[in-house]
Each structure stands twice: as C-alpha cells, then as structure tokens.
Design a protein around this ligand. Sequence first.
Ligand SMILES: Cc1cc2nc3c(=O)[nH]c(=O)nc-3n(C[C@H](O)[C@H](O)[C@H](O)COP(=O)(O)O)c2cc1C
Ligand code: SF4
Length: 655
Amino acid sequence: MVLLAMEVASHIIGRLHKTERTTVKVWNHLVKHGERMTISERWDPSRPGHRLLDALKKEIHNRGMPSGERIREIAELCDTTAAKVRGAIGYYAELKPSDHTVRVCTGESCRARGADALIKELEDSGERVGELICAGLCACGPAVLRDETVPQCASQQGSGIQFYISQDSTSLAIGSEDIANSLLQHVTEDAALIRTGSRGLFHLEPTLEVDIEGKRHAYGPISSEEIPSILDSISKQQSHPKSLGLVEDLLKNQSRYAMHRFGETNPLDLEAMRALGAYEGLEKAKEVGSKGIIEEIKTAGLRGRGGAGFPTHFKWAAAAAEQTDLKFVVANADEGDAGTFIDRMIMEGDPHALIEGMVICAQAIGASQGKVYLRSEYPHAEIILESALKRARKEGILGEHFDIEIAIGAGSYVCGEETALLESLEGRRGEVRARPPFPTTSGLYGKPTIVNNVLTFALAAAIMRVGGQHYGSLGVESSKGTVVVQATGTLERPACFEIPFGGSIGQILDSWCGCKDVVAVQAGGPLGSVFKMQEMYDIELSFEGLANADGLLGHGGFVCYDKNFDAHKEVIGWMRFFRDESCGKCTPCRIGTQRALELIERLGGDMEKEGDRKLLTDLDDLMTSTSLCALGGLAMNPVRSTMERWPSAFGGEMQ
Ligand SMILES: Cc1cc2nc3c(=O)[nH]c(=O)nc-3n(C[C@H](O)[C@H](O)[C@H](O)COP(=O)(O)O)c2cc1C
Ligand code: SF4
C-alpha cells in the first residue's frame, strides 16, 4: 500500500517537474470552476476540457483557421497536445470558417415547409446561404437566421393592468416583439408588460394575454395594428374579434407538468416562479433524501425523454451506489432531432425547472458538479439559463455543495449521444464510447455521471412536487405520466402540448393540429420511422405503441408532410445527414452510411445496377445489428419505412 502511494506520488512529482507551469494553470482552472479533483486525476492532456472547444471557436471566428504554429500555441494554452487540437478542429462543424450572410434551417420540419425553395430564392438574390439543422424554430419554419444576436425583449414594470407576451424564440420569430413594442406605445406608465415562455399554441401567436380580475384572457394571433382596438375593447369590457377567451380554457385538455409554468410569468422572476411551485420539489427531495427521491421517481415510472426511454430511477440508483469523491450530473440539452424543441422551451420558459431537476438528481446520487451541454443553435436559451443559474447561486440553491455550468456544443448531432457528449465535454472529438462501463460508473473524466435529457430533469422536479403516485397514475401501463408532443410541418395548427400517454396518435394530431392535408408523418426524429397518415390512427401514443409499429417515440417530435412529400429526396436527405454526422468510430456506420447513400441515390434511376436492392437490404441488416450506437443502428429506419410505403418513388418494390 505504502509502495503504491509512493509510486503514485513520484508519478505526480515527475509530471510536476516536467510542466510545472501547466500544472499551475490547470490548478487555477480547477479552482476557478470549483472542480474538486486531485491533480493526478485531472491532469490529462488528452482531456483538456470543453474550454478547448470554446477557445477554438473564438480563435476561428476572430482570426480564421489557425496555422501550425498557432495550433501549438493553443495546445499549450489549453494544456493539451497539438494533435488533440487538430483532431477537434477536424471534427466539429462549427470549427470551420464561414462566410454566409444568412443561415436557413434545413431540418425536416423546415424542409416540409419549403426550406429548399427559400434557399434558392435567397441565393438568386445574391445571398451567401449557410445551412443548419436545426434552429428549434420548427413550428414556424423555414427558419431564417440573419442577425444571430439575441434581442433585448421589451418589458415594463407596473402595478396597473398586467399584460403578458411570450419571448420564446418561436414567438419572437412569429413577431411577438413587434406586438410588445406596439403595446408599450399605447399603454399608460403604470401598466406592466411581462415577458414569458410560450404556451405552445403557436397558431395563436403572436398572442397578447391580459389579467382581468384575476383571470388570464388571450388575444391572438394579432398584429401590432390591432393593439389599439384590443386595448379599447378591454377598457370598455367589450368583445373583440381576436379574443380567444380564457387561457385556462385554451389549455384545459392538457395535463401540464413540464409545461406547467410556461406562459404564466417571467421565467427569471424567481419569487413569481416560486409562487407557481418552483423548487417545491427540491424541498420535498431534501426531506426524503437519496433513497426517498429514487423511490418517488420509480413510483412515477419516469422514463428518459431523450429518446431511449430508459427508466430514470435505475440510472440514479446505480450512480448513487458508487463510492467516490466526485460525481457529475449532466443535462443533455443538445436537442439534435429536427422537429423537437421542448428542451429549448424549458430553458427559455422555465429554466428553474431544469436547475431544480438537476439539483434533485445531485441530492439523489451525491454529485457536486453539474454541466448543461447546450447546442450552440440556442443562444437565447443560453442567456436565460445563465441568468437563472446566477440567481440560483445567489439564493444558495447552487453553490459550494453543487454548482452547474453551461458548455456550448460545436455543431455535431452525434454529440447528443450521451458518451459522445461526455467526450465533447472533455474537449475531445465527439466519438461514441463503447459500453460498458456505463456513465453511471465511469462517465465524465471517468467519474460516475448521470446524463439525462432536459425534459427528464424538468419532469423529475415536477414529480417531486406532485408526488410519484399522482404522476404515475397518468398514462398507460408501461408509459406512465405525460408526453410532450411537438407537432410541426405542414399542419394547420403546429403545436407543442403535454397530455397523458395513450390514445390514437392520428386522432390526437388531427384534433390538436388539423391534419387535413397530411400524407406522411415522421415520428421520433430523423432516426424514427415514417408512416402514412392513416396508419397513425391505429398507433398508440406511447413508447410501446410506436415500438410495436416498428417506430420510435424519440423525443416526441412528429413532423408532418403534405402531398408534396418527395419520398426519394427525403430519404437521400436523411442518409446524407447520417453520413455527415457519423462520428466514424465504427465501420458499419462510417462506411455503411456512405454506401447506403450511393445505393439510395441510384435506386429507380438510370444508374441503378442489378443487385443494388439486395445490397441495400444486406447493408440495412449489417448496420442495424452491428453499429456501436443508435445513429448507425437506426439510420436505416426512415429509409426502410419510407421505401416500404412509397415503393414507386424508388422505382418499385424492395426485394
Ligand atoms: C445519435 C444520437 C443522438 C442523440 N441526441 C440526443 C439529444 O439531442 N438529446 C438527448 O437528450 N438525448 C439524445 N440521445 C440519447 C442519449 O444518448 C441518452 O440516451 C439520453 O441523453 C439519456 O437521457 P434520458 O434518459 O433522460 O433520455 C441521442 C442518442 C443518439 C444515439
Ligand atoms: S454508429 Fe455511427 S455514430 Fe455511432 S459509434 Fe458508430 S460510427 Fe459513431
């Protein structure tokens, strides 16, 4: 034992002699971020931490691609090797110089809503168009990002009449800021304008809400020209053509737990949020302790909402059982599936719900460090979440015992996969790790780590507030509780709503969103299956319902396509995306996605060769059964399901 200790000590001292300067820098970094690791555990040039990616983003943005000499300097500054710096640069989409004047989202929903035509139009007008997938503005796409600075939203404090307008990114894209500015020109100084998260009923936005005798009344969708007449009707207690009635009636068919506080008040007004139940779950968590928390989550039947649907209590119990000085809680806010945006809505509309869920998890497993891995396409969410974190620190909710920092992604879909995400947090290429060991035993920097989706954390907080028994009584046998449906594409009423699991997806989509023109539906993100609309009436809205139909619930996204659905073009688009996003770690996916793309492109055209269809089926079997992660494992899902249902688009039946 003594010998072992001496060996470790001499190893450390040896390293200290070699690069004392680096050690001091690393130590300062650890102190700054409150990371309580010993130097020997953390001092690893192959794991420079996420700050390497931050440094590279700044460097490339300000000075362009670094020279060989500069790469060596950056490596030294970030306590890593030049090879690691080059590796990161070569991997991440955002570590490339870009000269676009505008960016257009080409995610599924934006494509269904005409992104391709828009890009052509912009290019024809002389714009240099960059593409991104996805901006999380799926409900109002195609999303165009020109000035990507986050606007300061207009608001006003006052004790008079209280108005509410959403400042969610989608609401802003739909025009809520014009409404806010117009309102402030027409109201008296004592009126209040409170900026909120979105209710999720996007077809009614921009919406103006007003408190009349303690009841919230809504008007929408409105234009700024309609503000005077609406104000007039309010003061005269008359009806208005844009009146939507009481907000509680608009929401009455929902069971809102994750979305409970959306639209109610300013998400950064902690007192007002507390009055609506924020941090009540944490209080209960403190009372019942680790075992009690895990039991409550188990009773609720909470399954991860990031895609795999894994029971949350299993992971938390496994990490809680680990005996070590350092554990991490990581929120997966990468939200890469185009057509989904509830994580963004939580961070913008109720960031304290995410913080609360993470603190509860930290209590359950005994963690002292938290990270939110946030996709870079969500700058608005970053600002709001950062403010909420500051406030939580000030209130002592975060601090010495457990703190959270945000790490911004660098444009990689596969970094949503939990082990690739951990690699990225360590400042490395976002390559998937082989499992076991699982993150619960060896995660971030080799320490026990819980990675959960943002929505999962928000639901955990709600469950601790309302009780596992209550939440678990909703839904169906193996999909308990609520599901947040994000329905977009060519719908009459794109929406995000929270209802209990169960019921026919077709009926739900039809009654909530109006599916008159819908021909095809992709459920569960780009890796999910594509169905004909009429099939959706026979599929239950649950993890099992979709699995039994050879589909996926994923993160709850349903992208709907009208008669313009071009099956062949979409399939090529998906496979191109998987080819581009494959992390390259395993051969079936690295090579398979490229070969599948070549085959799919040839199908049904003059270039198709004999045997191509058989080859594609074999490739499907191989990729599905031998890929290291679900990207390669599910990449053929949308291809297979689309080809089965629209064979003529591919020149006939599959073999
Ligand atoms: C290619 C790929 C991308 C993924 N992207 C995300 C993502 O953006 N957000 C997310 O929460 N989970 C994503 N996942 C699932 C995560 O690996 C992991 O299962 C999840 O974060 C666990 O949290 P949960 O149990 O709360 O769902 C992805 C998985 C794969 C294979
Ligand atoms: S399946 Fe694809 S993304 Fe997943 S590990 Fe293999 S190469 Fe990487």
